[in-house]
Ligand binder design. Structure first.
Ligand SMILES: [Zn+2]
Ligand SMILES: [Zn+2]
Length: 237
């Protein structure tokens, strides 16, 4: 099994170490047909993209696409899921620049209210992390229901969720669930729980430097071990 598209890569516009150009050139070098540039949404306190940089990223990608015809270069975003209503850090202006939208839960996102801050805290303190399963599950489910998400990134990472409830909704909304190399979610155990749902998966590197692009050995291993049919994974041959 081999991926031909990596939709989840970061650059120096958020917390990545390499530039868009370096990521694209690496993707060409390893033979990918599609590369997605998907930096963190602007409401990540540590390293969200600066709001004013979205048009700049779009221009840079369009310029590189002119130069490199052998690969499809897409502009995406990894939004932060901000609360249990499923709000994410996006608006119509940002959407106008995007080829696709992904979202996931991150500790570093700006909480919308006190309850959100408490959610971060409980998720952060390992012995308390099961307290928040209902809230976390609601947050991911409503993010899928209330936004046009292409991919839900690393479901269950940093905050425990009821993965079957999430798969049930992904089946209705058509949201693709991610098997992430860097964060280990979906895990093998999660895959076993959701594989009977009629859902699609994507395997991503979540690369934060160019050398990690397309490197997804562990994610593939999990998918193979769980016997996920290849035709359910949107980016493999
Ligand atoms: Zn993430
Ligand atoms: Zn990421």
């Amino acid at each position: 099994m081999k991926i031909f598209a990596d939709y989840h890569t970061h650059t120096i516009y958020s917390d990545g170490k390499t530039t868009i150009k370096e990521n694209v050139e690496q993707a060409i070098k390893i033979g990918l047909k599609t590369i997605g540039i998907s930096d963190h949404g602007y409401k990540h306190m540590g390293f969200g993209v600066k709001y004013e940089n979205y048009p700049k990223i779009r221009e840079e990608i369009d310029r590189l696409q002119e130069k490199y015809k052998q690969i499809k270069i897409l502009m995406g975003i990894e939004c932060n899921i901000l609360d249990d209503k499923g709000n994410i850090d996006i608006d119509d202006k940002i959407i106008s620049y995007m080829d696709y939208v992904m979202a996931g839960y991150h500790f570093g996102s700006t909480p919308k209210n006190l309850r959100g801050a408490k959610n971060h805290m409980f998720n952060y303190i390992k012995p308390l992390k099961n307290y928040e399963i209902d809230y976390n599950t609601r947050a991911l489910i409503n993010a899928m229901k209330n936004n046009d998400l292409f991919i839900l990134t690393h479901p269950g990472d940093k905050g425990n969720v009821d993965i079957e409830e999430i798969a049930k909704v992904a089946e209705q909304t058509g949201t693709v669930l991610e098997i992430n190399e860097r964060h280990h979610n979906l895990t093998y155990e999660q895959l076993l729980k959701v594989k009977h749902f009629d859902i699609k998966y994507v395997i991503s590197s979540d690369a934060h430097k160019k050398d990690a692009i397309g490197v997804v050995d562990d994610a593939i291993k999990r998918a193979v071990k769980a016997e996920i049919p290849i035709n359910r994974i949107i980016n493999v041959i």
